[in-house]
Write a protein that binds this ligand. Structure first.
Ligand code: AMP
Ligand code: ZN
Ligand code: FE
Ligand code: FE
Length: 286
């Protein structure tokens, strides 16, 4: 019998909006039976050194990564709904260009987050920015932390409801933040020696196949290296569709669970990513 071996190349830690410390992930990944894992925190590589050290101690192959939020309006036509996240895999965590980008994104958050808290206060919600910062307990403060405070204080029954009612796009307290262009994200990842991948294509324009294909074509022109074919939001038919897309545009495949610890109900390894994807990416990264 062939034993199938898996990896997970999309994981968040408490350095962004996950709940597990970066240094705890190697033990959890080994416990989940994974043969390799990546740390891909939103807009920061701050957790990479601790995660790498623990992975080395555990003898588990580790990929230093990041997940950059970019503007989904790839054709300058207005405002497509949905999300464009670009994963960087095998990045040098201390690359100077990537550090500049992280600084810019931190500034964007520092402007956006207090504005959202102000809007909540004007809606009658009793919340302070200090409570949000305490919930974050890391260097990246994001909407999930605001949502967490709203749940803790009884203003929403779940993180999901807090997004729908308040902090999601279309929510009453939503404020958009300054975003990178896709080119800027891809170039910074390449400057740091990494491979750039379009994360969870199903979240782009609601997963509309025609719009996703347009985006992949445009991102390929910008130098993207891969598509995240396997993801916890992708069903088997989606995986097959994105594999076909990757092949059509000469791109590599990557995949991961998008684990956030207890902040999301997704388990480590949930995407069932074959270890071969990791090996192919390793070869491409050099
Ligand atoms: P931010 O980077 O601060 O804008 O927050 C974005 C993060 O919030 C995403 O990467 C997800 O982890 C999380 N998120 C976005 N939409 C939702 C939602 N509807 N329910 C729960 N979490 C969400
Ligand atoms: Zn997140
Ligand atoms: Fe994402
Ligand atoms: Fe993610």
């Amino acid at each position: 019998m062939i034993r199938r071996v898996f990896c997970d190349l999309h994981i968040h830690s408490s350095a962004s909006d996950g709940t597990d410390a970066p240094g705890a992930l190697a033990r959890l990944a080994a416990g989940a039976g994974l043969a390799a894992f990546a740390l891909t925190d939103h807009d920061t590589t701050a957790g990479v050194p601790a995660a790498a050290e623990a992975a080395e101690a555990a003898g588990l192959p580790f990929v230093p990564g990041i997940e950059l939020s970019a503007n989904p309006d790839l054709h300058g036509r207005g405002d497509p709904v949905g999300t464009l996240h670009i994963l960087g895999l095998f990045v040098r965590h201390d690359d100077d260009r990537l550090a500049d980008i992280q600084q810019r994104l931190r500034t964007a958050r520092d402007q956006r987050n207090p504005e959202m808290v102000d809007r909540l206060i004007s809606l009658g919600v009793k919340i302070t920015y200090d409570e949000v910062a305490a919930a974050a307990d890391g260097e990246i403060v994001g909407r999930p932390h605001i949502a967490q405070v709203l749940v803790n204080k009884g203003y929403a029954r779940s993180i999901h409801e807090a997004f729908t009612r308040y902090v999601g796009s279309g929510g009453a307290a939503y404020v958009r933040k300054d975003r990178l262009t896709a080119e800027q994200a891809i170039d910074a990842i390449h400057h740091a020696g990494g491979l750039a991948a379009m994360a969870h294509p199903i979240q782009f324009a609601g997963g509309d196949p025609e719009q996703v294909e347009h985006a992949v074509k445009r991102l390929a022109e910008c130098g993207i290296d891969a598509i995240e074919t396997h993801h916890s939001d992708h069903g088997p038919a989606d995986v097959a569709r994105y594999q076909a897309l990757a092949e059509r545009y000469g791109l590599l495949a990557t995949g991961g669970s998008d684990y956030h610890g207890s902040r999301k109900s997704v388990a480590l390894g949930a995407a069932g990513v074959p270890l071969e994807l990791y090996h192919t990416l390793c070869d491409a990264a050099g």
